[in-house]
Design a protein around this ligand. Structure first.
Ligand code: NAD
Length: 469
């Protein structure tokens, strides 16, 4: 551990104490103050859009500016504004009915901030995946500490500076560092821990949170399938799948991981996807609109996956490209892997890059079984013009979220809760689901000075018999 990391670990304990103390002085942050907090988030996104996009691009080696604007900056602005707009409604105390036997009385659910939230974020959307949970936490009236990924240090430092300018440290703070800092961070006694990252580290985070009985949200990964049925127009499927797979060069938790296509159509669909890619990025290796792979480790991992599949007998389709330039720019050209061996890493591990295996299925039942035999994915996509077939796929599979005839964009619908199930995660956020993640729903039953229940006291006698009926 570096000296800087040791310092961050010391600092995080002090910041947590300060945030907890500040929370006790303002347990119910007034809604107008929360709205001002959300305005500050939207404001810092607007004012610093260029700096944010540049920092992300530098961290990646090259990130298409449009991708950062859409998926990081505009996303967070929309999220903050949506939360502000609905805050009064979401924060309202809910009244519930009281059974006859307990009348007269008032029963209600108060929506109260949990306290101090810990947020651990990954590198793939380094701004959005730290700031969107922060929006939810601030909307709920919490204080928050963020531990961003060490793979995107420039973005982490920029976020630290922008948030320090906008908020007191006892309200919002950023703690930087690698896995050792992450490990120490997740051992802190937060009032809620919100983790986005790999399933592997998610297991460790869940264990650390369990030690302190800290409630935890796990936004994890997995292999999200796209099932194409025979009736669906191939060009439309190719366009949509290519877009979702190549956005951020496939480094998206809900990117289509692999395609299940009707047997015999894999090659045609695979070639159509490569044609779309070649049209969109005439030379992926030199095109700034095509994002680089974030690190050498991930670049080598993806190349090893392609090579293993090739050696296992799979056919590899790629558009023409300058291999040397691609390597120098740390870019993997759009790659389709036709019918890889079932035990190849492309079929057993989350890909998280622009590499798309195509697997043929004979009947829809087989495609549904293929998905059911594996961990529940974070997303599932079905392309079908036949509504009953699409419905069948939804009815007979399970995934965190799903989309029909489109991909990725279900996560941009603010009122759809976003999260995984089983190995792809637990809990959800975005919109009211995010507000509720950082909210404690406190049940309160109140009566007047006198209540008939006073009569319900030992010795019970006749009164007990009436109640038990
Ligand atoms: P990662 O798990 O390696 O790292 C995520 C964060 O955890 C980083 O901040 C890291 O420093 C920290 N960390 C590392 N080791 C730790 C430890 N032992 N204890 C505590 N914290 C630790 O993930 P990554 O490579 O940055 O992100 C990619 C993964 O994230 C993919 O699997 C992807 O599917 C998933 N992801 C999920 C979502 C979602 O919303 N469900 C979104 C984006 C990414």
């Amino acid at each position: 551990m570096s000296e800087a990391e040791a310092k961050q670990i010391e600092r995080m304990k002090a910041v947590l104490e300060a945030q907890k103390a500040a929370f006790r002085t303002e347990r119910h942050r007034p809604l107008d103050k929360r709205k001002a907090d959300l305005d500050r988030i939207a404001g810092l996104c607007r004012t610093n859009a260029d700096a944010i996009a540049e920092a992300i691009s530098k961290d990646f080696g090259n990130r298409a500016r449009e991708e950062s604007v859409i998926a990081e900056i505009a996303f967070v602005i929309q999220d903050a504004e949506h939360t502000k707009k609905h805050l009064v409604k979401w924060a309202k105390t809910r009244k519930v009915g009281v059974p006859m036997t307990l009348m007269p009385g008032k029963a209600e659910i108060r929506r109260e901030p949990k306290g101090v939230a810990g947020i651990v974020s990954p590198w793939n959307y380094p701004f959005q995946l730290a700031m969107a949970p922060l929006v939810a936490a601030l909307g709920a009236g919490c204080r928050a500490m963020i531990k961003p990924s060490e793979y995107t240090p420039g973005t982490a430092e920029l976020m630290k500076r922008l948030l320090a300018d906008a908020f007191e440290e006892d309200h919002v703070a950023v703690i930087t560092g690698g896995p050792a800092v992450g490990e120490a961070f997740t051992k802190l006694k937060f009032d809620h821990l919100f983790y986005t990252g790999s399933t592997q580290v998610g297991r460790l985070v869940a264990k650390a949170a369990a030690e302190n009985l800290v409630p935890v949200t796990l936004e994890l990964g997995g292999k999200s399938p796209a099932i194409v049925t025979p009736d669906y127009p191939q060009d439309a499927a190719a366009k949509s799948i290519a877009w979702g797979k190549l956005f951020n060069a496939g480094q998206t938790c809900v990117a289509p991981d692999y395609v299940l296509a009707p047997k015999g159509s894999e090659r045609d669909l695979g070639e159509a996807i490569i044609n779309v890619a070649a049209h969109q990025f005439p030379d992926a290796s030199s095109d700034d609109a095509y994002t680089a792979i974030v690190s050498d480790r991930h670049y080598d991992r993806l190349n090893a996956m392609i090579e293993e599949a090739r050696q296992g007998g799979a056919e590899i389709l790629q558009p023409g490209h300058d291999a040397q330039a691609a390597q120098a720019a740390r870019k993997i050209p759009p790659t389709v892997v036709l019918n890889p061996p079932a035990d190849a890493a492309v079929m057993t591990e989350e890909i998280f890059g622009p590499v798309l295996p195509m697997v043929g299925y004979s009947e829809l039942d087989a495609a549904i079984d293929f998905v059911g035999d594996r961990d529940h994915p974070l997303a599932l996509y079905v392309y079908s013009t036949d509504k009953t077939q699409a419905q069948r796929v939804l009815d007979e599979t399970m995934s965190g979220g799903a989309a029909v005839n489109i991909n990725l964009l279900h996560l941009s619908v603010p009122d759809l809760p976003f999260g995984g199930v089983g190995a792809s995660g637990q809990g959800a956020y975005h919109g009211e689901a995010g507000f509720l993640t950082f909210t404690h729903e406190r049940s309160v039953f109140s009566t007047g000075k006198w209540h008939p229940s006073r009569l319900l006291a030992p010795p019970y006698g006749k009164m007990f018999e009436t109640v038990a009926k």
